[in-house]
Design a protein around this ligand. Structure first.
Ligand SMILES: [Zn+2]
Length: 249
């Protein structure tokens, strides 16, 4: 009955952990407006050209457009309803002071890359664990690892890279497998990590020891995984060029 003798300690440790977490998230902290990044994406990243993405808010239309496809960034060219920086579901789910910017980057002879920046608002509930959302959307995570992206004049940037697969069935009963990737990292004031757990830990310690809660941002790049060998190289090249352009001066 070894396990039984440990039980009181486990209960005690869990209670203390819960109390510490409750304290961390309920005491009055100074919410600062400081972010570690600006919500802006350049129009050019190396050989890629960027176009802002906007989404129709009419639940029947739901079309998406890039900036080369609309004249007025607030009006849907298909139905005339409002265009917004996020899709309807995101708008319903995220706190209203969340900032989002999405751009697609087109390369003459490379894959199109979909890039987004999400900056949390005061409630700090804007950023979720990406894996949960992806699985909820029907993606299977085939592989995950941390990718080192060389950045001039500093240590490499660590980025979480997920290989995804989404299976669908055609009318004739054929199974199609759409293979793609999703790469992301989190940025806080003077902080960067590819791990959601590390971000949560920093949020907790910042509240407990420094009495502050900074605005965290989340940067993601997604694309198709057609060429298994080259897509990592292309992603690394893209991030190497993008990173210096989104830093705060
Ligand atoms: Zn529309």
């Amino acid at each position: 009955m070894e396990a039984k003798s440990f039980q009181p300690y486990i209960v005690l440790i869990l209670t203390m952990l819960m109390a510490a977490l409750a304290l961390a998230y309920t005491v009055d902290v100074k919410v600062t407006d400081e972010a570690g990044i600006k919500v802006a994406l350049p129009d050019r990243v190396g050989a890629w050209t960027g176009y802002e993405m906007r989404f129709c808010q009419n639940p029947i239309c739901r079309k998406e457009f890039s900036s080369d496809e609309f004249r007025d960034r607030n009006v849907c060219p298909a139905c005339g309803n409002a265009l917004d920086c996020m899709v309807i579901e995101e708008k319903e789910m995220l706190p209203p002071d969340t900032s989002i910017l999405k751009k697609k980057y087109v390369h003459a002879d490379g894959p199109t890359l979909y890039t987004s920046i999400v900056l949390s608002g005061k409630e700090r509930a804007s950023i979720h664990r990406p894996q949960v959302c992806l699985v909820g959307q029907g993606y299977e995570i085939v592989k995950s690892r941390v990718l080192d992206v060389p950045i001039d004049g500093r240590d490499p940037l660590d980025v979480m890279l997920l290989d995804l697969s989404r299976k669908s069935r055609t009318r004739s009963g054929e199974t199609l497998d759409y293979t793609s990737f999703y790469a992301y990292w989190f940025v806080g004031k003077n902080r960067e990590t590819p791990y959601h757990s590390q971000r949560m830990l920093w949020m907790g310690t910042d509240r407990i020891f420094h009495n502050v809660s900074h605005r965290w941002a989340y940067i993601a790049v997604a694309g198709a995984r057609n060429d298994e060998r080259r897509y990592q190289e292309q992603l690394t090249g893209f991030l190497h060029e993008l990173y210096p352009q989104i830093l705060l001066e």
